[in-house]
Write a protein that binds this ligand. Structure first.
Ligand code: SF4
Length: 367
């Protein structure tokens, strides 16, 4: 039986909400300076030197600036989804993990590697899903539904993870929810309502959905996507399931960042319309140089997205502030040591499950 969504009074509901308008505006204003072309080689060389001197490894998300993605790979780090980022940091012998992404990714790295130093170019790089799911409100929601298994998406704070039974990523959410459904469990899902709805549609599981959303994916528009498809009738549409249901319905492939990249690689199509943060296009174009990737439209008639298919918080990562952080040692992630033992449990549960079903890459969030 499906259970309808519930309305929860939360601080964040839409990009129009004043709290988040402030947050996104601050994020855009805090974007690091783009280095001059002539300055870049010295800056990159300096970062490489500091990474080596400090026994540090750079792990970057697909949505951050291409310079950081390339630098991570050139220095023995990784560009990937955030669980692979955290797993990589866990396995890598480096004493310091530098996370180019958003805060919950740095926190996940720290939860899995509490003995290591975790740095980020900007600790104010947030996420609308994380912001829209405050730990106290979420805890009250869980208390009100004690007979439900609590499943949270990776895009949450350490405190919210500490309240959960399972953490999931977009590529493993389906098999985990299916597994819970077979066991007869009812699910309380947070925070992304679109991803939760997609999982609910696919599995038929009984789910209560927290009403959060991603400010980037929430703005993709089905009507404008149809119009773009009409211009490129042979195009394959790749959609991240944080997008609205009407957009997901138009997809040829739905999946996490890693799964969408694989879909682009394996499809014989020439054109692709991509409904996820445009930072991913760098990796898609690098891996598939003969294919053409188009951004799915966000600028519908009612659109108010300021990010134009790019996350304002991911955009807070750059070469300049990365160099500053390595030079100063500031922006270290700290998590209340009382929270870590509880927050690590739902993550480890997911990792063990992934190992059992031999999932090659878990793909955290669209993140
Ligand atoms: S793109 Fe990712 S990090 Fe940015 S707001 Fe959306 S879910 Fe959060």
């Amino acid at each position: 039986m499906h259970v309808g969504t519930v309305n929860i009074p939360i601080a964040y509901d839409h990009p129009d909400a004043s709290h988040n308008t402030c947050s996104t505006a601050r994020a855009w204003a805090k974007r690091p300076r783009e280095p001059e072309a002539g300055e870049k080689p010295e800056l990159i060389a300096r970062i490489k030197r500091m990474l080596k001197e400090q026994d540090a490894v750079l792990v970057a998300h697909y949505y951050v600036h291409p310079d950081l993605q390339d630098l991570a790979e050139a220095t023995g780090g990784i560009v990937s989804d955030s669980l692979d980022m955290a797993n990589f940091g866990n396995r890598h012998p480096a004493k310091t993990i530098v996370v180019a992404g958003v805060r919950f990714m740095g926190e996940t790295a720290k939860i899995l590697n509490p003995e290591k130093r975790v740095l980020m170019p900007d600790l104010e790089a947030e996420c609308s899903l994380d912001l829209g799911c405050p730990a106290d409100d979420f805890s009250a929601f869980c208390d009100a539904h004690p007979d439900h298994t609590v499943v949270v998406y990776a895009n949450t704070s350490a405190a919210v993870k500490a309240r959960a039974d399972w953490m999931v990523t977009s590529s493993i959410a389906l098999p985990i929810v299916e597994h819970l459904k077979v066991r007869g469990e009812k699910i309380l899902w947070a925070p992304d309502r679109h991803l939760g709805g997609y999982i609910q549609d696919r599995t038929g599981a009984e789910m209560l959905l927290w009403q959060g959303s991603c400010i980037v994916h929430d703005e993709y528009k089905a009507q404008e996507l149809l119009e773009l498809k009409a211009q490129y009738p042979d195009a394959q549409v790749l959609v991240h399931p944080e997008s609205p249901r009407a957009v997901v319905k138009l997809a040829d492939s739905v999946g996490s960042t890693s799964q969408l990249i694989k879909a682009a690689q394996s499809s014989p199509a020439k054109h692709f319309i991509v409904a996820t943060d445009n930072g991913i296009l760098h990796k898609m174009r690098t891996l598939c140089p003969d294919k053409i990737f188009l951004e799915a439209p966000t600028a519908g008639k009612g659109a108010n997205c300021k990010s134009c298919s790019h996350c304002p918080w991911m955009a807070m990562n750059g070469l300049v502030n990365l160099a500053e952080v390595l030079a100063s040692g500031k922006n270290e992630i700290h998590i209340d040591p009382h929270i870590i033992p509880r927050a690590v449990q739902p993550i480890r549960r997911m990792l063990d499950f992934a190992k059992q079903i031999k999932l090659p890459s878990t793909g955290i969030g669209n993140a």
